[in-house]
Ligand binder design. Structure first.
Ligand code: SF4
Length: 426
């Protein structure tokens, strides 16, 4: 994982480590960078498909991947899966403590337990001892949806509710904290402290309150997430709302964004969140693009998507690339971009670190922009250029001359009208 400096005062926690010499080690908590986790969507016992999915998620940037092990055939499959993957694997165990013991035996790197459905003291101790013997951490996840004491709500509220009486989620916070305290007491009695905690809810505000309350009471690293956040389109906002509020207050050591969609999106969006907050050093291009408006004279939506896909495949340096629809705000908004294009009347002018290098018709913008990005990447790699080092101030192109702005021509009465564009939305 690239080095970084945490931009916010960070809550002090213990640190846990998962992995092994073959897949590498990921540290969570303490001074470790915030990591990104996800979970496979397919069956673990479908070995080849599971290996493919884990490899795809690791390639997308997942630091840790979790798999479900509901049946013995799933923990059996782990023995074949683990040697084939190159990322630490967490076994997600619900209901059957035996699955945890089998997963530990298979060589998994971490166990996730839910106090709501594995709460037999002897069984929990067996799992703790098995993990202790192999130095494996355990995540204790008290998801709102699976806390069995919710049926005991009135009693719990009476006992603990006053602690959170000024909070609209007071009763649920009381239940979560009480459950955690009871459960973790078993771990402490066994002298086991390699613990991460999660307390997810589908309610972003409750998620913020729950992690805040937990961070004030426990010093274990926190695994952040909004559970069952929904489809990507809305789940994204729900997750980012909660996680941003926590991360910017220094709370959270590893994150999982969960969508009802391909988990690759969870990894991509989790990383983008950390990049945007400055919590991880960006890998690959930082793409700036204008939202378009009535000044647009090229099919910018398509261009932006084509540029995004091509750069994601070919550029590994964190260079800043700006794709701007016009010259009105473009130069100012693209300040600091290593490579920029300003579109005009079916043309684009391309700049590299402030120096104008090309003026091409619309069909050639994508290829020329890519060429300039790759050339720039080569120069940076050879030590002949530096990222983020603007050489000259961008001189906005002449809207009538260079870019042949149709609007300006219309205003000047030089042409009758500009042919309307067909914007393809992808
Ligand atoms: S850069 Fe130009 S086209 Fe894009 S939103 Fe700004 S003014 Fe509109």
């Amino acid at each position: 994982m690239p080095e970084y400096t945490h931009p916010f005062p960070r809550r002090a926690t213990r640190q846990i480590t998962l992995g092994d010499a073959r897949v590498g080690f990921v540290k969570v908590g303490g001074d470790a960078p915030v990591s990104v986790q996800t979970m496979t969507a397919g069956y673990t016992h479908d070995i080849d498909a599971c290996v493919r999915e884990i490899s795809k998620l690791a390639a997308a940037g997942a630091d840790v991947v979790r798999v479900a092990v509901p049946e013995k055939k799933d923990t059996d499959a782990l023995r074949e899966i683990l040697p084939q993957v190159k990322v630490p694997i967490v076994a997600d165990v619900h209901f059957h403590f035996q699955r945890a013991l089998e997963a530990v035996e298979a060589g998994v790197h971490k166990i996730r337990l839910n106090p709501g459905n594995i709460n037999d003291r002897k069984q929990v101790i067996d799992v703790i001892q098995a993990c202790k013997a192999r130095k494996l951490p355990i995540r204790v996840g008290v998801n709102e949806g699976s806390i069995i004491e919710r049926k005991d709500k009135q009693k719990r509220m009476k006992e603990l509710g006053r602690v959170f009486s000024d909070n609209k989620h007071g009763h649920m916070l009381a239940i979560m904290i009480a459950k955690l305290e009871e459960y973790l007491e078993i771990f402490y009695e066994q002298d086991f402290y390699d613990i991460a905690i999660s307390a997810k809810s589908m309610d972003a505000a409750l998620t913020i309150d729950a992690y805040t309350a937990i961070s004030e009471r426990f010093d274990h690293p926190l695994h952040l997430g909004v559970t069952h956040a929904g489809p990507k389109e809305t789940g994204c906002i729900r997750s980012i709302a909660a996680l941003s509020a926590l991360l910017t207050r220094g709370i959270g050591d590893t994150i999982r964004i969960s969508y009802a969609n391909d988990p690759v999106y969870e990894v991509q969006d989790g990383l983008e969140l950390l990049y945007s907050l400055g919590l991880r050093q960006r890998v690959g291009v930082d793409l700036i693009a204008c939202p378009t408006c009535g000044r647009i004279q090229v099919d910018l939506f398509t261009l932006i998507q084509d540029v995004r896909k091509a750069l994601a495949e070919k550029v590994t340096l964190p260079m800043k690339v700006a794709v701007m629809g016009c010259i009105v705000n473009g130069p100012g908004e693209a300040e600091g971009a290593d490579v920029a294009v300003f579109a005009g009347d079916r043309r684009g002018i391309i700049y590299v670190q402030g120096e104008r290098v090309a003026n091409v018709p619309e069909p050639e913008i994508l290829d020329r922009l890519l060429k300039e990005c790759l050339d720039f990447q080569d120069r940076v790699t050879r030590g002949e250029a530096k990222l983020g080092e603007k050489k000259v101030d961008i001189i906005p192109p002449d809207p009538i001359g260079d870019l042949g702005s149709g609007w300006e021509k219309v205003a000047a009465g030089n042409v009758e009208k500009v042919t309307p564009l067909t914007i393809r939305k992808s």
